[in-house]
Write a protein that binds this ligand. Sequence first.
Ligand code: IPM
Ligand code: MG
Length: 372
Amino acid sequence: MKLQIAVLPGDGIGPEVTKQSVKVLKAIAHEFDHTFLFKEAPVGAIAIDQTGTPLPDDTLELCKHTDAILFGAIGDPKYDNNPSAKVRPEQGLLKLRKALELYANIRPVKAYDTLLSKSPLKRDIIKGTDISIYRELTGGIYFGEKQLSDDGDTASDLCEYSRFEIERITHLAFKAAQTRKRKVTLVDKANVLESSRLWRKVVKEVARNYQDVTLDFLFVDNAAMQMILNPKQFDVILTENMFGDIISDEASVIGGSIGLLASASVGDKHAMFEPIHGSYPQAKNLGIANPIASILSAAMLLEHFELFEEADLIREGVDRSLKLNITTPDLNTKYNHITTTKVGDFLEDCINNPKDTNMNFANIHLGQSTII
Ligand code: IPM
Ligand code: MG
């Protein structure tokens, strides 16, 4: 298969983790005889520094005319600490989502057996958790009208949703549930918000087309609690933009590290793949950033194009790296010499030598293996 992939590394640890995903995708292309063409473009704070805007026209054009986008991370403390900054890195990501109509953000959350002890949650509570969060990504309070009064003392953000916006992601969530445990939980705040009441009404209507899927409802405050008390009760979670943002960060704790959570943002024409973590500026260039979330996002990219065998090979490599403790320090208290690049090299090697199960654990950690 021939694919054009736009690579938008962005800020902070974005470039270093994305570099590992590109390396892994190149190994896949080589192994399976695909042609993946990568083209890099700036976005976020780095783009502001270079061009004055977080999403330069050239970057947007590239993304519009490519098969898929691999996104790193954006954000920089110099903007976080300045609430009056008019131009902000995050605007680049939001504009990209809106311009490409990437309305469904899919965030899988899984408890890996090998990592159960890394989560602050009890083993019995998280073991077996497998959730797919469907977060609406181009509407709601993120994109509603924003106002600041002339005296600067009153501000508002409008949360608005249309039937059309709710319907299209709801169909995707139900279709996903049909391939999983056949349950959709709508997370909303229908006891307070009019927009949530519209969500309930529309989702109930759409659900009639999917008789084999069970639909239930949770208020977001309760859902936040249930996520920690009993995450195994969830299969597909469907929710609006802001609630999805919050719930998915909370859910990342189940996996043991936010550095493991991948995501796909899809629309009818375009698709973008990115780790859910942010730019983690404190870790920039230290070699401690976990590249797995980005690499698993690359696996989701392959699945989007129905390259399942290829994606499985990446996932097998990730499982192996977790088992062998070839992980960055967020997951690894024992060996602190495993850098971002080394994890990427290991996964590349797993792809190049899929049948080689002869990797000697001791040698790997002594640095005597050729793969590290
Ligand atoms: C995410 C991020 C973004 C969001 C930020 C960077 C704008 O937190 O993708 O979850 O809030 O959507
Ligand atoms: Mg977020």
